[in-house]
Design a binder for this molecule. Structure first.
Ligand code: IDP
Ligand code: MG
Length: 154
């Protein structure tokens, strides 16, 4: 099967990342790696919206604190497309606990606490699809890039 260069992932800069001025830095990493930007917006989501986004974690003891943290300011929501975007996005983010994230990863370079780990990335293609439709319910724009044959062997 041909490699899927159209896989999409949902990446979000959390309120601490926005507040610390890391939007450009984090966005630049995905751009420079070769991923294609599909959508981006700065948004202040409601509590209900965040509870839906994190619904799988509802029973966790840290859930209330997580929602309070996520409500502390706007988030920068993005969709990125490219080869192995979901898995590679997670590798670029680093481990959930920044102390276990290697240098060179976003969390490994800019964060120290699990509850202030500055970014989110979908953990599977299935959750990426759910998250993209939750955060970007309207049709996403379509465009082609001139550099695709420089990024991929096509
Ligand atoms: P992920 O963001 O790496 O996918 P998840 O397990 O999905 O990690 O958890 C969602 C978010 O919840 C984490 O990014 C982190 O902000 C927060 N979180 C996870 N585990 C803990 C914890 O033990 N204490 C506090 N916050 C946590
Ligand atoms: Mg997760």
């Amino acid at each position: 099967m041909a490699p899927n260069i159209r896989e999409r992932t949902y990446i979000m800069i959390k309120p601490d990342g926005v507040d610390r001025g890391l939007v450009g830095e984090i966005t630049a990493r995905f751009e420079k790696r070769g991923f294609k930007l599909i959508a981006a917006k700065l948004i202040s989501p409601s509590r209900e919206h965040l509870e839906k986004h994190y619904e799988d974690l509802r029973e966790k003891p840290f859930f209330p604190g997580l929602i309070t943290y996520m409500l502390s300011g706007p988030v920068f929501a993005m969709v990125w497309e490219g080869l192995d975007a979901v898995k590679t996005g997670r590798v670029m983010l680093g481990a959930t606990n920044p102390l276990q994230s290697g240098p060179g990863t976003i969390r490994g370079d800019y964060a120290l606490a699990v509850g202030r780990n500055i970014c989110h990335g979908s953990d599977s293609v299935e959750s990426a699809e759910k998250e993209i439709s939750l955060w970007f319910p309207n049709d996403l724009i379509q465009y082609s890039r001139s550099n695709e044959a420089k990024v991929y062997e096509i």
